[in-house]
Design a protein around this ligand. Sequence first.
Ligand SMILES: Nc1ncnc2c1ncn2[C@@H]1O[C@H](COP(=O)(O)OP(=O)(O)OP(=O)(O)O)[C@@H](O)[C@H]1O
Ligand SMILES: [Mg+2]
Length: 250
Amino acid sequence: MVQIITVLNHKGGVGKTTSSVNIGAGLSIRGKKVLLIDLDPQANLTLHFSLPINKTPNVYEALRGESPLPVTKVKENLDVVTSSLDLTAAESELSGVAGREFILKELVSKIKSEYDFIIIDCPPSLGLLTLNALAVSDYMIIPIEMGDFALAGMNKLFEIVQLVQKRLNTGLTQYRILLTKVDTRKTLHKEIKETICENFNGKTFDTIIPTNVALEEAQMQGEDIYSYNPESTGAAEYLKVCDEILEIFK
Ligand SMILES: Nc1ncnc2c1ncn2[C@@H]1O[C@H](COP(=O)(O)OP(=O)(O)OP(=O)(O)O)[C@@H](O)[C@H]1O
Ligand SMILES: [Mg+2]
């Protein structure tokens, strides 16, 4: 059965897209059929695979009801639904539509049987696009960037998740926190890591993602980390996250 996973955090730059790309690509390397959906008007996931951001139809036209979800094959076992800057308009355009939180769910229902995993990369907000992702998802991955204010704003995120659970998707109960950009040499990071693990008892991945320049370079080169530098720490750690995910859903 397909597992639908939303990668979210309304904080910007915490590693949502990097994680979506490299978890999606890692699961495909492990032999799973994966669909990645770019639900962010910044279209960073689309660019991360060197796909065009001006090609139509993309996820925007699909949300407007003008097309089914347009799927592009990027490599063996890995498909992507691209985004475009036009998606910025979707939040306001769809705000008056009845059932507006369930548009993605309806679109995904037509193709989900073809996949083992569908992973949705959200924008840094808790608006209508993120609600659409949560309404269709079974599971959440919440990347948290290591730093002084790592946990600031998390209450707001969980308030929204509770509302979603109550009103839109009673099945959305499970999540894992993924610690990203961790500098293991810094004592402060070690302390923050311990606090986060205590706060989210049992809900953090064992694997943590270190700060690794190869991950940044891979994004700039428009490749996943396994194609760009399979020997990097980033590749090794993201593959470990994939193995934890496979363990969760086995
Ligand atoms: N572990 C890491 N080590 C080094 N750089 C990283 C790491 N993870 C992400 N980055 C870099 O940090 C920046 C932000 O990452 P990313 O785009 O994945 O965040 P995001 O949460 O998707 O951002 P946004 O909220 O804007 O969508 C990018 O330049 C990315 O290459
Ligand atoms: Mg992003």
